[in-house]
Design a protein around this ligand. Structure first.
Ligand code: ATP
Ligand code: MG
Length: 482
């Protein structure tokens, strides 16, 4: 084992200071031999250089004077523990001795204490432990029974990582429904082009065309999707106003109800086309607006005599993409609200398989301030979904803007780079065991490195996300093409 330093100063039960004789990075794993329990795993949480150079001397330094400065590289390490005979992680109850030797931890110790093992049946392989060749796998049962959040600033790699997670769920035949506001996930059908990363991470490129189906309210814009239709009869007049894009309930609700009554009186199975016909020729601005919006709604085919069947929408072991590209924000909320409610009600009655519901841009569907039509049902699923085998995954670039009660129910968090102080604060408040050092590290994570908390692990881990087996659909679009 490589010795990298010695413990000095006052030594606590949770952490200790060490002087480093070898270069070690923040976040690296260390080992200290404990008299009673053998090797104990520790992690370097902070680093600084201490020197005797004062301001006056620094100001008068010549070009080659650096060698005369007395300096030490000092670190602060956190004790993660050892596994006892029963396999439980414990920390020593007597502090290490000052002067004790500190080593770079070897992979078997890291794997044993952190619990990094290959679980072919239940593990979702998301990447390798940073700077190591140890697989980080999330427990799939935990993902579906508890909930997941994926948090990062924009461009931080959320959709890429979520793609990795969905590939794993599809490999394990877990049913998924993905709310895809930008239409990015259709690329899960296609195999990625191989690069050097695939060999290092042991990933084969593979498409999932047979397990991915796509629905959209706008099939003209999203040509690969099947039409997502709701039944007109089961649509409440207020919801119908949202589908019509009419926010002024006072003005439009009465006239709309009259139209609906007239249509129902002539044909119980009336369609939007019937409503358009009835609205035609109405006098005044209100009637004209109603007619115009109904005509548009008819073109979208969003409401029909029969809605998309739930059993077409949810297929065991497959991923259903709800592609909402091009759909107005309030209609998106309503679509999410209706689908999430239907999934929850039918999951309760065990009419559909256990499933994983992913909400991209979740701050729009369950905002912390104000409400969206979908807020209430998403809060219900966050607090009760686990009892019924409905796992929720929320993805957002604004951790501070998503409903706190939803975020705090997510016991697995996948965090990529976050720099906004309000978002960092929201993350720190919702995660147990996050140290100040880790919160600082989140601000400078390179693209492709995630902090994983929960998911079956007792301590947060830094993970290099594995390359995608499928193509990534969320590439940034250059505004100026060179
Ligand atoms: N693990 C990774 N390995 C390689 N490239 C990555 C990785 N993660 C992200 N990228 C690249 O970074 C870019 C941004 O990633 P991504 O689209 O996932 O970000 P995002 O957080 O979803 O952004 P937005 O908030 O805009 O939706 C993409 O071009 C992607 O190819
Ligand atoms: Mg994205």
């Amino acid at each position: 084992m490589e010795e990298i330093g010695r413990i000095f100063g006052d030594v606590g039960l949770g952490q200790f200071h060490l002087i480093l004789t070898q270069p070690v990075e923040r976040g690296d794993y260390l080992a200290v031999a404990d008299e009673q329990h053998g090797q104990v795993l520790c992690q370097l949480d902070d680093l600084h250089r201490k020197s005797d150079l004062d301001v006056e001397r620094a100001a008068s330094l010549g070009a080659d004077d650096g060698g005369a400065i007395h300096q030490n590289l000092l670190g602060l390490a956190r004790i993660l523990g050892y596994r006892d005979d029963a396999g439980i992680v414990k920390c020593p109850t007597i502090p290490f001795r000052p002067g004790a030797r500190v080593f770079r931890a070897e992979e078997p110790l890291i794997a044993e204490v952190l619990g990094l093992r290959h679980h072919a049946a239940t593990g979702a392989y998301v990447g390798l432990l940073r700077n190591h060749q140890l697989r980080v796998e999330l427990d799939i049962n935990q993902l579906v029974q508890r909930h997941v959040s994926v948090l990062a600033k924009t461009g931080g790699g959320k959709s890429y990582l979520l793609g990795v997670l969905i590939e794993e769920l599809l490999r394990h035949k877990v049913t998924c429904v993905i709310v895809d506001p930008h239409g990015e996930y259709g690329s899960l059908r296609f195999a990625a082009e191989k690069n050097g990363g695939h060999a290092r991470f042991g990933v084969e490129s593979q498409g999932f065309a047979r397990q991915v189906q796509e629905y959209s309210p706008d099939v003209q814009l999203n040509a690969n999707a099947k039409p997502l239709t709701f039944s007109l009869r089961s649509t409440d007049p207020r919801d119908l106003l949202v589908f019509l894009g009419l926010t002024n309930v006072k003005t439009f609700l009465g006239p709309l109800k009259q139209l609906l009554d007239r249509a129902a009186a002539t044909n119980a199975e009336f369609s939007v086309a019937d409503l358009v016909r009835l609205a035609e020729g109405g006098e005044g601005a209100v009637a004209e607006t109603l007619h115009e919006r109904l005509e548009y709604l008819e073109q979208t085919k969003l409401l029909g005599p029969v809605g998309t069947s739930l059993h077409d929408l949810v297929k065991k072991g497959e991923a259903t993409l709800l592609n909402l590209r091009g759909v107005a924000p309030d209609v998106q909320e309503l679509v999410v609200a209706r689908i999430a409610s239907t999934l929850f009600e039918n999951r309760k009655k065990d009419k559909i398989p256990p499933l994983f519901l992913v909400i991209e841009e979740a701050h729009n569907f369950a905002p912390q301030q104000g409400t969206a039509t979908s807020s209430r049902i998403l809060k219900n699923i966050a607090s009760e979904g686990r009892k019924f085998g409905l796992g929720l995954c929320v993805v957002t670039q604004r951790a501070a803007r998503i409903d706190k009660s939803v975020l705090s129910q997510c016991t697995t968090q996948l965090i990529l780079q976050v720099t906004n102080p309000l978002d960092l604060k929201a993350i720190a408040q919702s995660i147990e065991g996050l140290t100040d050092g880790m919160t600082e590290m989140i601000q400078s994570l390179p693209v492709g490195t995630a902090l994983v908390t929960g998911g079956g692990y007792h301590t947060p881990l830094f993970c290099e996300v594995r390359p995608r087996a499928t193509r990534h659909g969320g590439e940034s679009v250059p505004i100026i093409v060179a």
